[in-house]
Design a protein around this ligand. Structure first.
Ligand SMILES: *Cc1c(COP(=O)(O)O)cnc(C)c1O
Length: 371
């Protein structure tokens, strides 16, 4: 049996007519940049996230960058974030001209440990950038309290967490900015690159929408320097078709996660300490990834691969140890939980259309490895 990490063809088959009609409509108008599809998606996504306003942008990475630009964060400033995340989180801080300052993660959730964040605050700190890794929100209340105490902004990297909830509040609605990605492998994926910034304050969203188009208003008059961070009409049209299906897909992912939890536990590998299943501590986890901990991770991954089961490592090198950040002066051992996570984590196929037989096969192979 073959179990891929993600099966986008299975998803497309269920919505092909709707997608094809939406794409045909954009082609019929030949209006490819901005326009009614983008404005429509912005309104729908803001409502979905529980925010007064949202701005479509060119990618999740650009959502992070344009939020930092709007916040006026740059040279001489520090932004505290996790070293255990996709590169774009810290890369965007660097590109804005600021310094990424890392704080270690809570090993139970892989998200920022608020106590570590509090200890990392300096007089140069301007913002905290929590990441809602794998689809579960970071512990926002203590992070918001630290931000309030020191007058910091909070920029949520919600790229893996659209629709995730913390005490009933949606990702992107608690911090000052929420950054989302429509990369095809996210729970809400486009037909290419795309992203979105949600704002708790509509005036900020207005400024972000200026920055996304070179700060021009009116056309050819620039009061601020922005960039080309625009969302294509085609991407907006595709994402708008998918948004009404998102809750069904995220619920299917959560059901798949519960099934893995049960099958792995029944197989005995959990009791043996060979595998640890993910912990759900927040009110809604959307399972962009289902990530287990395995002490013999690299051997298991190779074994599964040979048996037709795809898996992935998110992420093998924590950001404080990336070659490009050597100048930041971090060393191995600085963030032990992030380094341990980088050695032990393995993401299993969790996409909504995963069948019972596939899940059972994955767990049977893991159990065979553990014997
Ligand atoms: C996907 C992702 C991004 C970047 O999104 P792109 O749309 O690929 O630019 C940023 N942060 C995290 C945590 C992500 O998972």
């Amino acid at each position: 049996m073959n179990v891929p990490l993600l099966d986008l063809k299975a998803q497309y088959a269920t919505i092909k007519d709707e997608i094809d009609a939406a794409v045909a409509e954009v082609f019929a108008t030949q209006h490819f940049i901005g326009g009614p599809q983008v404005a429509g998606l912005e309104a729908e996504a803001a409502a979905y996230c529980g925010c007064p306003a949202a701005v479509g942008v060119s990618s999740g990475t650009d959502a992070l960058l344009v939020s930092l630009m709007d916040a006026g964060i740059g040279r001489g400033d520090e932004v505290i974030t996790s070293p255990y995340t996709f590169f774009a989180t810290a890369g965007s801080i660097w590109r804005a001209g600021a310094r990424p300052v890392f704080a270690d993660i809570d090993p139970a959730t892989f998200n920022l440990d608020p106590a570590a964040v509090a200890a990392a605050v300096t007089p140069l700190t301007r913002a905290i950038m929590p990441v809602h890794l794998y689809g579960q929100m970071a512990d926002m209340e203590p992070l918001q309290a630290i931000a309030a105490q020191h007058g910091l902004l909070v920029i949520e990297d919600a790229c893996q967490a659209i629709g995730a909830e913390y005490k009933g509040r949606r990702a992107g609605s608690i911090g000052d900015y929420g950054c989302f990605s429509f990369f095809p492998s996210k729970n809400l994926g486009g037909a290419g690159d795309g992203g979105l910034v949600s704002c708790r304050d509509a005036a900020r969203a207005k400024r972000v929408s200026l920055l996304r188009n070179h700060g021009a208003e009116p056309k050819y008059y620039h009061s601020v320097i922005g960039g080309n961070f625009r969302l294509d009409a085609l991407q907006a049209a595709v994402v708008s078709v998918k948004l009404p299906h998102l809750d069904d897909w995220s619920e299917a992912r959560a059901r798949n996660a519960a099934r893995y939890d049960r099958l792995l536990t029944e197989s005995g590998v959990v009791a043996k300490g060979a595998v640890a299943v993910p912990r759900v501590v927040q009110s809604r986890h959307i399972f962009n990834q289902y990530v287990i901990r395995v002490p013999r991770r690299d051997e298991l991954r190779a074994f599964l691969g040979a048996q037709g089961v795809a898996s992935e490592i998110y992420y093998p090198v924590p950001l404080h140890l990336q070659a490009c950040f050597a100048d930041l002066g971090y060393h191995p051992g600085d963030f032990p939980e992030s380094e341990r996570a980088a050695r032990e984590t393995l993401a299993l196929p969790i996409y909504p259309e995963l069948s019972d037989a596939q899940a059972e096969y994955v767990v049977a192979r893991i159990a065979a490895f553990g014997r």
